[in-house]
Design a binder for this molecule. Structure first.
Ligand SMILES: CC(C)(COP(=O)(O)OP(=O)(O)OC[C@H]1O[C@@H](n2cnc3c(N)ncnc32)[C@H](O)[C@@H]1OP(=O)(O)O)[C@@H](O)C(=O)NCCC(=O)NCCS
Length: 251
């Protein structure tokens, strides 16, 4: 499968059966930082200032600024006028304008992904790190079903299997909004690269496997990513965030 992230049109239409996935490179140039920092609210600026490391401060500033640009384009408002509220475990949502669109954000390395939809969504991207003790991590956090599926893969496919599983699980928890406060072994996803992404079972509700569905997002070599949205009747399409695009930077 090719990584498909198209140049966005100047006017974006979001239909009920769509999930839009935006890919952005987090380039911490001074110009980008100045531009994005100027879009942040006072509480976001304060949060940026609390990061100990400059790289974390820059990443938050860029990722949050880009989020504002993307959402501003859907809602046809200036990015700096958007207001966010936060769920009990930190999931951001739009509070102004209210009930406009659902979104979720993930970053890894210098890549950020954004999911935007009219339904609840969660997204996760991870850089594939071959040095991680994946079988030990799986033993600690994955369900028994997932551990068995991982163990049955040939060793060369185990890293992609592990990161498929991890991103699918995190994307589901982010869609539900609990984040990692809901234990990861309370549900199972498929993870083999030979099988389509699927929520297989949950410990909390038999019906849940039909309430959410998972899609893989191919963002390019070296990364695994997944998006989860409510229901089954949706498709995702990819847009590339472009720094030079004046419509996106309509401040
Ligand atoms: C949400 C969470 C899974 C993020 O994981 P991660 O791999 O470190 O980070 P990602 O880059 O994929 O995602 C981060 C983004 O997810 C979003 N997010 C934060 N909390 C979220 C939640 N509960 N649900 C969905 N999305 C959330 C934010 O937009 C965040 O980006 P930001 O900090 O720039 O605003 C993880 O931080 C978590 O579980 N948080 C909840 C903490 C919690 O439950 N604490 C209670 C005690 S256990």
């Amino acid at each position: 499968m090719l990584a498909m992230f198209a140049v966005p049109p100047s006017e974006i239409t979001l239909l009920p059966d769509q999930v839009h996935v935006w890919r952005a490179a987090l380039q911490p140039t001074q110009a980008a930082l100045t531009r994005m920092s100027g879009l942040l609210s006072a509480d976001e600026q304060a949060r940026a200032d609390r990061f100990y490391f400059q790289k974390d401060r820059d990443r938050f500033t860029l990722a949050r600024g880009i989020l504002r640009c993307i959402l501003g384009q859907y809602l046809q408002v200036l990015p700096q006028t958007l207001q966010f509220s936060y769920g009990s475990t930190g999931k951001p949502a739009l509070s102004h304008p209210p009930n406009a669109v659902h979104f979720n954000v993930s970053h890894s390395g210098q890549l950020a992904l954004y999911a935007v939809s009219l339904r609840s969504v969660g997204i996760d991207v991870e850089q594939i790190n071959l040095d991680r003790p994946i079988l030990e991590i799986a033993q600690r956090f994955f369900s028994v079903t997932e551990q068995q599926e991982l163990a049955m893969l040939p060793p060369n496919l185990q890293p992609i299997g592990f990161f498929n599983g991890w991103t699918r699980k995190e994307a589901l928890l982010k869609a539900i909004g609990t984040g990692l406060s809901l234990p990861l072994d309370q549900f199972s996803v498929s993870l083999s690269p030979h099988h389509p992404p699927k929520l297989l079972e949950t410990a909390w509700d038999r019906a849940a496997i039909n309430q959410w569905s998972i899609r893989s997002v191919d963002v390019g070599q070296g990364y695994a990513a997944a998006v989860v949205a409510a229901g089954t009747d949706w498709q995702w399409s990819g847009w590339q965030f472009r720094w030079e695009d004046p419509e996106l930077n309509n401040d």
